[in-house]
Ligand binder design. Structure first.
Ligand code: AFP
Length: 342
């Protein structure tokens, strides 16, 4: 057998990996497998656009403003439509919700509904598009709670503990898909020459020692005393430990991905900057929940400063939450500082 043949046998495509995982669950029907595969396909389509964004007329802002009051960019809408169109007719979903849409995204009455619920942020970090900085798609999959027919708001407003699967696709120096179905976190890198996601990071664990902390330090004056003290602690100003390096991209998927692989803490705390956003900027359902699921699966932890993100019961689709996520010990330290100093 020649060397190239041996290499070929070692390659695990995302399809093979998802199917192998399914085999560990004899009761599985294959519907989740197909849903994950459709998301991987959507990721490839979005990646093909994002990598050409600088060239295409698609780059630039539209007139529209999304539900969060942010200017939507054309790539946001493209990503949103791509995920919707790949999933609306398959009979796998009861309902969808997206960060770009105010209400539920219903499945057309022309198509059957299924047992899963898909919640997604089609293009997180989109204000970075113009600057060639990594952006990402984040997705969450739940079982529906309602029995049958069109999915309901309650189907979407589930705590992260109920997640069946979650993941993200990062469009950076390469495109990667990272996901978990509750049995570890696995990362795949898109090989553009063959158009396949290949297993590159099996069973990711957050390294024991954090290398970085990631926060928008420009907001310091709007933080509570506890968050200020915690930041001083990470910088080695308070306490005995060595200072961590600061890395902040301002694109959550990119900041989370780096800290997942290198060890670190990302936080976007509550602040007083905008009275309309007393809980900070990030959304519980679309951003914090799925990444908290991945963090715990990789041996880390995510908190809102007081309790686990995964235990928060969402009350609204676009609810925001403070987020501290990364190495467990260091996130728990944030909870301690906030409990002590507020
Ligand atoms: P955009 O999608 O508007 O670029 O926001 C990105 C984001 O939701 C998240 O990806 C970042 O971590 C965070 O906002 C950055 O916010 P600041 O610019 O306030 O630091």
């Amino acid at each position: 057998m020649t060397a190239p043949d041996i290499d070929h046998m070692r390659i695990t495509t995302i399809e093979k990996h998802i199917l192998d995982e399914q085999r560990h669950h004899p009761e599985a029907t294959g519907i989740l497998t197909s849903l994950l595969y459709d998301l991987a396909l959507a990721g490839k389509v979005i990646a093909s656009k994002t990598t050409r964004a600088g060239l295409a007329e698609i780059l630039g802002r539209t007139e529209d403003t999304n539900i969060q009051g942010e200017v939507q960019q054309k790539l946001d809408q493209f990503a949103d439509r791509t995920i919707f169109r790949m999933n609306d007719h398959t009979g796998r979903l009861a309902v969808m919700a997206s960060e770009e849409n105010e209400g539920l995204i219903a499945i057309s009455e022309h198509y059957p509904t299924g047992k899963y619920v898909l919640v997604f942020d089609p293009l997180d970090g989109s204000s970075n598009i113009d600057f060639n900085i990594p952006i990402g798609t984040i997705f969450s999959i739940y079982h529906r709670l309602s029995e049958s027919g069109p999915g309901t708001l309650e189907d979407c407003l589930q705590p992260g503990r109920n997640l069946v699967a979650a993941g993200y696709i990062i469009y950076g120096s390469s495109t990667m898909l990272v996901y978990s179905t509750g049995d570890g976190v696995h990362g795949f890198t898109l090989d553009p020459t063959v158009g396949e996601f290949l297993l590159s990071h099996p069973r990711i664990r957050i390294p024991q020692e954090p290398a970085y902390f990631s926060v928008n330090l420009g907001n310091r004056k709007y933080w509570s005393e506890g968050v200020k003290q915690y930041t001083d602690y990470l910088q080695g100003i308070v306490g005995q430990q060595k200072a961590l390096s600061l890395r902040y991209v301002g694109s959550l998927v990119a900041d989370f991905h780096r800290n997942l692989l290198a060890g670190g803490i990302f936080y976007y705390p509550a602040d007083t900057k905008d009275p309309n956003k007393p809980s900070g900027k990030l959304r519980l359902l679309y951003e914090a929940g799925p990444l908290a699921f991945l963090a715990e699966q990789a041996g880390g932890y995510a908190s809102d400063g007081k309790m686990p993100i995964l235990d928060i019961l969402p009350r609204a689709l676009h609810q925001r939450t403070p987020l501290f996520i990364g190495n467990r010990d260091w996130v728990e330290k944030a909870e301690e500082f906030i409990a002590q100093y507020g």
